[in-house]
Design a protein around this ligand. Structure first.
Ligand SMILES: C[S@@+](CC[C@H](N)C(=O)[O-])C[C@H]1O[C@@H](n2cnc3c(N)ncnc32)[C@H](O)[C@@H]1O
Length: 294
């Protein structure tokens, strides 16, 4: 990604005075096999989402306790969750999704990667029916909240997440934030178009159009209790992270060693993408938990 062009787009986005109308996802639940496959491939091994997933897994590690139980709201094909579960082999994860097609793929991802500490459940992140109050030590979610139809549904999901979470449990919810200019969206979506499938390009555009605003995400975060901090990419809210840290230093240190190895195994361009995202958050005050050198 060209850093100067990115900075220019984000700066122009920030200077744009008017908000853009949100356009909910055309397919709230991802069930169409071709769309599901395109999304899953983009997050598998060498796909364009891999560096984002490793970055988010590193930042999420401060919200995960060894021996605890963590719920992933809308796990999709589990490329993200299996990465997190491999960094935290002594934590038990539950991956929840509404789509059976996604859950079938998730099962394949976990089998292929030999991940044993994830259980999959079909369900709705708005209600979390079937889960007891205070039965999780952490809630986690990436790139999924924008699939909810309205701000009310978003707030319902964070209230439900708070219900199933033990007092002061870890929180890590990350998603796109709403940007203002169509030109910014066009730039982000098409920058790597030659390396991604047309279906993924379309899906990415739909996601950015459906993103909640920073204010809406902050409003939803108030249901999650105290000490949940909001972190946003510098200049404009391309990505937003809502996080409550918990302290489990030995677990985090081990996860970071595993993350370093995963980083070193990545291609040069993916390493560059991860570092670009890290710098972008760092410029807004969220450093990486450890330094990564190429
Ligand atoms: C873009 S995918 C993200 C998957 C995964 N978290 C990741 O980062 O790769 C969004 C997922 O949200 C699921 N979804 C949409 N609405 C949902 C709901 N109300 N409850 C549970 N899952 C939902 C979709 O089926 C889809 O698998």
């Amino acid at each position: 990604m060209s850093a100067p062009r990115m900075v220019m787009h984000m700066l122009l986005d920030r200077l744009t005075p008017h908000d853009r109308l949100r356009q909910p996802e055309p397919d709230l639940v991802m069930d169409a096999p071709a769309q599901v496959q395109a999304f899953a491939s983009s997050g598998a091994n060498d796909g364009p989402l891999t560096p984002i997933y490793l970055y988010l897994a590193m930042q999420a590690s401060s919200a995960i306790r060894r021996g605890g139980r963590v719920l992933d709201l809308a796990c999709g094909p589990c490329n993200q969750l299996s990465m997190l579960a491999r960094l935290h082999p002594e934590t038990e994860f539950v991956g929840l999704d509404l789509s059976d097609t996604m859950l079938d793929l998730a099962r394949q991802t976990l089998d292929r990667q030999g991940v044993q500490n994830v259980r999959l459940v079909q369900g709705d992140m708005r209600t979390l029916d079937g889960f007891d109050d205070a039965s999780f030590d952490g809630v986690f979610s990436t790139l999924s909240l924008h699939h909810l139809p309205t701000v009310d549904a978003l707030c319902q999901a964070t209230r439900s997440a708070n219900r199933v979470l033990r007092a002061d449990g870890g929180v890590f919810l990350a998603d796109f934030g709403r940007l203002r200019r169509q030109a910014t969206l066009d730039f982000l979506v098409n920058d790597r178009a030659s390396e991604q499938s047309p279906l993924f390009t379309q899906d990415y555009m739909n996601s950015l159009k459906a993103a909640f605003s920073l204010g809406e995400l902050e409003q939803a975060a108030t249901s999650l209790g105290r000490d949940v901090l909001t972190h946003v990419t510098a200049l404009a809210p391309f990505m937003v992270i809502l996080r409550r840290r918990i302290s489990d230093e030995p677990s985090r240190t081990r996860a970071m060693d595993a993350a370093r190895q995963a980083f070193q195994a990545m291609s040069d361009s993916h390493q560059r993408d991860l570092l670009a995202l890290a710098n972008w958050f760092q410029a807004a005050g969220l450093p990486l938990p450890m330094s990564l050198r190429r």
